[in-house]
Every structure is written in C-alpha cells, then in structure tokens.
Design a protein around this ligand. Structure first.
Ligand code: B1M
Length: 210
C-alpha cells in the first residue's frame, strides 16, 4: 500500500527507482495523479527546499530529489492531460539567464502541451537575446518566463524590457511565474499575466487567447 507520506519521504531521500514504484502503486490504488503531484511530490520538494535553507541537505542531495521528481512526473504526465485538445496557440517558454531551476517550468510546459498549446521550451539559463530570436522566428502568442531565485528576478525584468525595446511587445503576451514572483512584481515589470502554478498557467494562457 503506497501512501502519500511514503512517496514524499522517498522523494526527499532521492531514490528515483523506489519513487517511481510507489507512484505507480498509488495510481493502481486509485489515488489521482493530481493529488500525487501536489500533495506528495510538490509538498516533498518544499521540504527539500526548507532543508536546503537550513543546511540539512546539500546540493548533491537536492539534485537527487530533483531527478527523482522528474522521473515521477514522467509517470504522471499522460494522466495529467486535459482532454479538450483544440489547437490552443503557440508558447515559447524558458527559465531566465542565471537560473538553472526547471522542475516547475517543466510542469508548466507539460500542462500547456496537454491543454493543446504548441510549446517551444528553451530550457534554463536563457539569455534575453535568445527569447528575442525565438519570438521573431516562431511568432508565439505567449512568452513564458520562469525564475526561481530572487537574484534572477531582475533578469526577468530586463528580458521583458528587451522584448519591448526590440519592438516585439505588441506581438506577444508575456506570462511570468516561479516561486519568488507574484502578481505585484508581474505588474511592476509590465508582464501581461502571472500564474502561481502550472495548472493556473495553462488555464490563464487559454483565457488570454480567448
Ligand atoms: Co535551488 N533554490 N538553488 N536548486 N531550489 C530554491 C529555489 C530555494 C528557495 C531553496 C531554499 O534556499 N529554500 C533557494 C532560493 C532562495 C532565494 O532566491 N531567495 C535556492 C537556491 C539558493 C539555490 C542555489 C543558489 C543554491 C546554491 O548553489 N547555493 C542554486 C542556484 C543555481 C542556479 O539556478 N543558478 C540552486 C540549485 C538548485 C539545484 C540545481 C540543486 C536544484 C534545481 C534542479 C532543477 O530544477 N532541475 C534546486 C532545487 C530543486 C530547489 C528547490 C528545493 C525546489 C524547486 C522546485 O523544483 N520546486 C527550491 C526550494 C523550493 O522551491 N521549495 C530551491 C518544485 C516546483 C514544482 O515548484 O519551481 O516553484 P516551482 O514551480 C511552480 C510555480 O512556481 C509555478 O508553477 C510551478 C508548478 O506548479 N511556476 C510557473 C514556475 N515557473 C512558472 C512559469 C510560469 C507560471 C508558473 O509562467 C511562465
């Protein structure tokens, strides 16, 4: 019997194989994928974050938890899809320059793809120039920018500024997100939208283009 606490503990321990086994078992027992994601996995990453802050966990251990999280998300991915798969629009997304965090951004990609968006994922540590080049090339409806560090939030601001300075601001809507970002920061830097989590990011993206 796989319970949420076992899953959280296994994620914190960074044991990817055991975690995938527990997640599969929990799904077999009828626990919904969304519950596993939010109440066991994301909750576990929050514990990891707290331990990282207090020095109880170090970067290599945090990375193992992050890798285990990625493996578990792969199992959940097909089950988290939304069904109304009309072609919803084009999205270009990336984590800003200087920031290597991608778990949350990858969840946003997953939810947007499953909601029918064609997503170009630029990965992490993305220069503003790369956003500009890809906006020109792909002509997306929405540009998504993620930042997980307070120290990379200024890069988010500067990326938005550079999109404006390049004369591309009228062509795209900009959505921002990531743990340190909030609505007031999004307003301050002139983004069109802020989403607190992957589910609301995909819903908001649909609403923005409706
Ligand atoms: Co980092 N890290 N980390 N880390 N890390 C945090 C963010 C931190 C809060 C931990 C802590 O101290 N408590 C802290 C930041 C403090 C701050 O800025 N004030 C921190 C730090 C300090 C660092 C380093 C500087 C540590 C060091 O080297 N001394 C370093 C920086 C490296 C760099 O980026 N240059 C670093 C490194 C790393 C690892 C590489 C080890 C690893 C990342 C692995 C990876 O991503 N592949 C890592 C991890 C795993 C974390 C924590 C523990 C977990 C992040 C995560 O994946 N959360 C994190 C603590 C925490 O968040 N509790 C921490 C789960 C994820 C599902 O949530 O990313 O918030 P989140 O995404 C959510 C929403 O934010 C939203 O939707 C997602 C899903 O619902 N969202 C969007 C995200 N992007 C969005 C975009 C949108 C819309 C919504 O629209 C476009």
């Amino acid at each position: 019997m796989a319970d949420l606490k076992t899953i959280t503990d296994t994620l914190i321990a960074g044991d990817d194989e055991a975690l995938v086994g527990h997640v599969r078992a929990a799904l077999d027992e009828g626990i919904p994928a969304g519950t596993l994601l939010s109440e066991a996995l994301i909750a576990g990453m929050d514990v990891v974050g707290g331990r990282m802050e207090t020095g109880e966990m170090f970067i290599p251990e945090v990375l193992m938890s992050a890798m285990a999280m990625g493996a578990a998300v792969e199992v959940l991915k097909p089950l988290l899809s939304e069904d109304d798969n009309a072609s919803a629009g084009k999205v270009v997304i990336g984590t800003v320059k200087g920031d290597l965090h991608d778990i949350g951004k990858n969840l946003v990609v997953m939810m947007m793809e499953s909601a029918g968006f064609e997503v170009t994922d630029l990965g992490v540590d993305v220069e503003a120039d790369t956003f500009l080049d890809v906006i020109r090339e792909k002509k997306p409806d929405i540009v998504g920018i993620s930042a997980l560090l307070t120290t990379t939030m200024p890069m988010m601001r500067s990326t938005v500024e550079q999109i404006s300075e390049a004369g591309l601001r009228g062509d795209v809507k900009i959505m921002v997100g990531g743990a340190p970002v909030d609505q007031s920061f999004a307003d301050e830097i002139g983004a069109d939208a802020y989403a607190a989590d992957a589910g609301s990011a995909s819903k908001l993206a649909k609403a923005m283009l409706a």
